[in-house]
Design a protein around this ligand. Sequence first.
Ligand code: T3D
Length: 261
Amino acid sequence: MNYETILYDTANNVATITLNRPESLNAFNDPMIAETIAAFKQARRDAGVRCIVLTGSGRAFSSGQDLKDVQRWEGDFSIGEHVRRGYNGLIMAIVTVEKPVIAAVNGVAAGAGCGVALAADLRIASHKASFIQAFSRVGLVPDSGSTWTLPRLIGYARAYEMAITAERVTAEKALEWGLVNEVVPDEQLTEVVAAWARSLAEGPTLAFGLTKRAMRRALDLSLAEALEYESYLQEIAGRSQDFQEGVRAFTEKRDPTFKGQ
Ligand code: T3D
């Protein structure tokens, strides 16, 4: 597929989606929202893709909704419908793709850009990265799933503080709060993310995907329900080629070669 606002590359079973509007710090306009959703669907369909990396070009991850576009909205434009038809679909595309998604947070992630980063399964951040729940600066409430992900990641008090102050949370603070998995020197971000992605793309993709489904669903389940759902998914994982290979490799005292099936 040809994209105009993002870059899409695949190599070594890893798809890399790069938000590519650096002149606006990768602000989301409507084409970029639609193309990012399409790219996640493309990566979902491609059985050769076993890990997805999402990053930004230039000095930012994303500055959120393009506020210059907002100025062009006229009359009875419905922001609620805009969010429903745009960001909601994007967040669902990220959290439902049954492959690990890494956000390589190369710079500021603000507003919806922050929400999108939080929707990924793992966040590896440059020491130059920062997170801003910028919504309240323009008189909006957090969207892009931030009201759901943020309190679950860092607790209600810190999440609410981030939302109402809209202050910048540095990469260092984000690591301390558990908002990111790792912070690395900026010049090492590409290399470190590539190593994570390569390792995940060589893993048992089916099991990784089912684990994502189970953990995300368990957030809304009782323990008894989660136990039952684990049993159901274990039945599926237990019939996979990767399970057979994993057990065989263990008994043969060698590293497994997973096919993702
Ligand atoms: O309908 C709906 O869907 C509503 C949904 C809303 C979801 C949201 O995301 S609301 C929140 C929107 N985002 C923001 O409020 C953040 C706005 N940006 C900033 O506060 C700052 O730019 C940053 C803190 C992110 C970075 O600051 P700094 O000093 O490093 O950069 P800068 O100089 O402000 O920006 C550089 C350029 O990017 C500048 O363009 P110029 O003047 O050089 O031509 C700036 O205008 C542009 N830019 C930055 N953010 C946006 C943007 N252009 C359009 N939209 C932006 N969000």
